[in-house]
Design a protein around this ligand. Sequence first.
Ligand code: ZN
Ligand code: FE
Ligand code: FE
Ligand code: ZN
Length: 265
Amino acid sequence: MALADYHLHTPLCKHAEGHPSQYAAAALQAGLAEIGMSDHSPMRSHFDDWRMDWEEFPKYLDLVDEARAATPQLPIRLGLEVDYLEGGEAWVEELAKQAPFDYFIGSVHYISREWAVDDPKYVFRFTEGSLEDIWRDYWRLYEKAIRSELFDFFAHPDLPKKFGHRPAGDLRRYYEPAIQALVDTGKAFEVSTAGLRKEVHEIYPAREFLELTYSAGVPIVISSDSHHPSEVGQDFDQAIQLVKAVGYTATARFEKRERRLVALD
Ligand code: ZN
Ligand code: FE
Ligand code: FE
Ligand code: ZN
């Protein structure tokens, strides 16, 4: 399989299991050509309970080096899944200088300082609040994250559908400004199989999003967002089927923040 899996976590985020060398072994088993570690980014000071603290960042680099030493036959890239927060741009720039990163994944989880849309603790907000408001806030930030040009590709595009809630009708009006931002900045995004493991039981993003990005020439990666070695490359057959059905024939690879395209077998 000529595929990479660039969205893999480590136990430093306190909600994932397995040493990166175990993720690497699982990737070889799954026939992947390449992986990248992309744990949740540290913030300058303590922020929440699902990421490494800044003091643990050297440990993260060590874990990646240990996996590279254990599995020399598999290229292991260094990435981070970086939260986009309005006003947090300078910290992302500073983070980028801290190590020889291969890529940054830009993620919108927080749609306000106190609410990460994928946090099961706050799932009640989807039934108590307005879904239209949630989608508007989320996609406004997603577009802003893309336009910041601080990231190489963007995570789980329609994440707010995670628990199975979404506004009625055609949602392309939310997707279009974000896709225009991808076109304007020349950035890529991920097709994530993680949604298949969540209440929504769907790949992120929706097929309609992929149809628009394919016509607009926006590149993709396919990722698992693994929080356990057993999830590496999971359901990639379904993702390939979907992206090929809308027309895609290649996925992106990253090295030292440079992108190239590799044909899908
Ligand atoms: Zn996570
Ligand atoms: Fe995420
Ligand atoms: Fe993730
Ligand atoms: Zn993620």
